[in-house]
Design a protein around this ligand. Structure first.
Ligand code: GAR
Length: 198
């Protein structure tokens, strides 16, 4: 059984998809043992508590810079002894130290078909705003390994989603979540756990 730690910053709907998949027996070789949030008001913390999952908060705004934030985050991660770390709506770029220590152990879900609308500055609703502005007809979501390039690590799975006339960033975000993210993230986590549980 692999020890899964999930990093979150906000609503936590992707975390919820992981919690539900585990409860439904779809993640047979892994267990979410801890959720670490970068904001104390993240709704994801309530979702974790409702599922009796241990939580920790490393509040970004209370650290003077990214380096100090990453040091505190690394301490929390080390304490949790993860086999796999899932970035599920985690809105910060991790330091080289964190990335190197957990190389090939960290997955991220990104709400576009990478390399479109990805990299520094593309997160959350901004990704969907950019896709609508560019006028693409197809977007989607990507699960990838985390490396030192933002959204640049090896791609594990992608799923395409159609853009509809009249879409707003909000309606598009919702469709990408429902049709892609909430499916491919639990599937990728289940598969990786199975492969590594030996
Ligand atoms: C999701 O769409 C996720 O892909 C995106 O933020 C949203 C978080 O929603 N993540 C990024 O943009 C990371 N670069 P959630 O908190 O409800 O899972």
């Amino acid at each position: 059984m692999l020890n899964i730690v999930v990093l979150v910053s906000g609503g936590g709907t992707n975390l919820q998809a992981l919690i539900d998949a585990e409860a439904d027996g779809k993640i047979k070789h892994g267990r979410i043992s801890k959720v670490i949030a970068s904001r104390s008001d993240a709704k994801a913390l309530t979702r974790a508590a409702n599922a009796n999952i241990d939580t920790a908060v490393v509040p970004r705004k209370e650290f003077e810079n990214d380096e100090k934030f990453n040091e505190a985050l690394l301490e929390e991660l080390d304490k949790a002894k993860p086999d796999i770390i899932v970035l599920a709506g985690f809105m910060h770029i991790l330091s080289e130290k964190v990335i190197q220590k957990y190389d090939k152990m960290m997955l991220n879900v990104h709400p576009s078909l990478i390399p479109s609308f990805s990299g520094k500055g593309f997160y959350g609703l901004k990704v969907h705003e950019a896709a609508l502005e560019r006028g693409v007809k197809i977007t989607g979501a990507t699960v990838h390994f985390v490396n030192e390039i933002p959204d640049g690590g090896e791609i594990i799975v992608q799923k395409a989603v159609e853009i509809m006339p009249g879409d707003t960033p909000e309606t598009l975000q919702r469709r990408v979540m429902e049709q892609a993210e909430w499916k491919i993230l639990p599937e990728a986590v289940a598969k990786l756990c199975e492969e590594r549980d030996r």
